[in-house]
Design a protein around this ligand. Structure first.
Ligand code: NAD
Length: 506
């Protein structure tokens, strides 16, 4: 069930503030430059007079070092469950094999499915696009895709990662993007996928987008292939309004978008779930600058502006945003990253604290204009069921077993492997093909394909055969007796439609 609006963290925060109580927020200082920029944002929020009861919590490098391989200790999870709002510094990603990114863990644990990254032209931050009026928001799916992190070495030198896209996950983030467009009075949502190549995964995201778009007739909906979006972002970025996309695409193009408007020092983000949100800068822990007081805190300050809007503190959010824009526009406190971009005096650039002091001094001042404003209205997401594909309809889909793919590691020449698998297919299955990295290599199609000692044999039901589970097990037994199989995948038809792709050349 979706949460009742009255129970959301945002509503609770508004209530707390109206009643004069402090709003509870979990704050994670993070690694590297994290504590410096988090301190900066907290000082500004306090100076703006927003009563927040910060619950400081730990995550990241120190937690990994203590042997907690999640990087997010129980106390931190409990704090977030209580407050349901987080302001966090960047967390270092461990390089070890078994440890996962604590950032991704946090986003996933709390199902913050929409990663929202505004990119807009800022006053006082000249770029090669200045004056074009860039003002876009990238909404990135935040849970699924290759970020599911399901990876296996199928052979000592063959790695495989699974790309998971679901209708439910897609609907949630696409709904979020359209509702955001509606709240902000924006006119266009662009869906960016690689559906032309990944027809079932990226294709599902595109299909869901096209199904949902008519619910928002006042908003123009378009689909563009992600590589074209990258090209268009470099050529004419101001054409974009809201872009909604899958996780990996979104990761890449949102960093690209921040590069168009001044770089990582200015890129803010919010990770939104149904009743929980995590606000952070887009950039990482920049370890070489840790403790040096030279990093630009704007990204995290603007992320805290998103947080205040989420908490119903629209007025304070606007005051802080105005003060940041005024500070950038007046150019009296210029951090190193910006000084470098504008060919300014790096020696005398503002420190993190110096910039923060300037923003505090400028609270109550208004920029003269120029540059788009991030006038996100307060967070009132319309909560509607995010899965139209209801359980009844889902259960009613008829599933037919039509074959099986078996992955095999083998040193045999492909013809010998193919001949053997064809014989092992028996009288219930036929070997449809053997492929190598997605290209059919058996029966030979006459072209040279480099082999990597890892193949997929596709076995399909012979004419007139209705396959059973016993057939699958028996086939696998025959193959296992002679070959090193690494994975099996059912080949199914859903309501008569094949639920798998063909190999190149099949
Ligand atoms: P990074 O973003 O930390 O830094 C790259 C470079 O960008 C810096 O060296 C600096 O030159 C510049 N930069 C970044 N933020 C800046 C700022 N606020 N002001 C001025 N310049 C800034 O990227 P990285 O070095 O690839 O990653 C360092 C660590 O951070 C890694 O462990 C990585 O996994 C992690 N990381 C965490 C997050 C997160 O917590 N959300 C995001 C990205 C990377």
């Amino acid at each position: 069930m979706d949460p009742q609006p009255s129970k959301t963290a945002a509503a609770a925060a508004s209530k707390a503030a109206t009643a004069g109580r402090a709003i509870p927020v979990t704050v994670i200082p993070g690694d590297g430059v994290g504590p410096e920029i988090v301190r900066s944002a907290m000082r500004i929020i306090e100076a703006a007079g927003v009563p927040i009861a910060w619950e400081e919590a730990e995550a990241g490098a120190a937690v990994f070092r203590r042997g907690d391989s999640s990087g997010v200790p129980r106390e931190t999870r409990e704090s977030i469950e209580r407050t349901r709002v987080v302001l966090k510094g960047p967390l270092e990603t461990p390089v070890g094999f078994g440890e996962k990114s604590a950032n991704v863990t946090l986003r996933k644990l709390f199902e913050t499915y929409a990663n929202v990254r505004p990119a807009r032209e800022l006053p006082g931050v000249p770029t090669r696009y200045s004056g074009e009026g860039i003002d876009m928001i990238i909404v990135r799916e935040n849970i699924e895709d290759l970020y599911a992190g399901i990876e296996h070495l199928q052979a000592p030198d063959v790695a495989q990662g699974l790309k998971i896209i679901t209708r439910k996950g897609s609907e949630k983030v696409i709904r979020y993007a359209f509702e955001l467009a509606r709240r902000e009075g924006r006119s266009k949502v662009t869906c960016a996928t690689k559906a032309n190549i990944m027809k079932l995964t990226e294709g599902l995201f595109k299909r869901v987008f096209e199904e949902m778009a008519p619910e928002y007739p006042e908003i123009a909906a378009e689909h563009l292939i992600i590589d074209n979006v990258a090209h268009q972002l470099a050529k004419n970025p101001a054409q974009f309004d809201i872009i909604v996309t899958t996780n990996l695409n979104g990761d890449i193009i949102s960093d690209l978008a921040s590069g168009l408007v001044g770089g990582l020092g200015f890129a803010s983000s919010g990770n939104y779930g149904d009743d929980i949100a995590i606000f952070e800068a887009v950039h990482g822990s920049a370890p070489k600058y840790a403790g040096k007081e030279v990093i630009n805190p704007t990204a995290l300050i603007l992320s805290s502006v998103l947080m205040l809007r989420y908490l119903g503190q629209g007025e304070a959010a606007a005051t802080i945003e105005d003060a940041v824009l005024f500070t950038l526009e007046e150019g009296r406190a210029v951090t190193q990253d910006l000084a470098r971009q504008v060919g300014g005096d790096i020696e005398h650039a503002a420190s993190t604290t110096g910039f923060t002091d300037r923003v505090i001094a400028n609270l109550g001042k208004h920029p003269s204009g120029g540059g788009a404003r991030m006038r996100l209205p307060e967070e009132k997401v319309e909560r509607r069921p995010a899965w139209s594909y209801g359980p009844e309809r889902y259960a009613a889909v008829q599933r037919t077993l039509v074959g099986v793919d078996v992955m095999v590691e083998s040193d045999l020449p492909v013809e010998a492997l193919g001949d053997d698998l064809a014989q092992l297919a028996g009288d219930r299955f036929a070997l449809a093909m053997v492929e190598s990295r997605g290209t059919k290599v058996y029966p030979p199609i006459g072209l040279a394909t480099d082999h990597v000692r890892w193949y997929r044999g596709r076995f399909v039901a012979r004419d007139g055969v209705t396959l059973s589970e016993e057939d699958l097990v028996a086939l696998l037994g025959r193959i296992a007796a002679r070959h090193r199989w690494t994975e099996i995948l059912r080949l199914q038809a859903f309501d008569g439609e094949l639920a798998f792709t063909k190999a190149q050349g099949e």
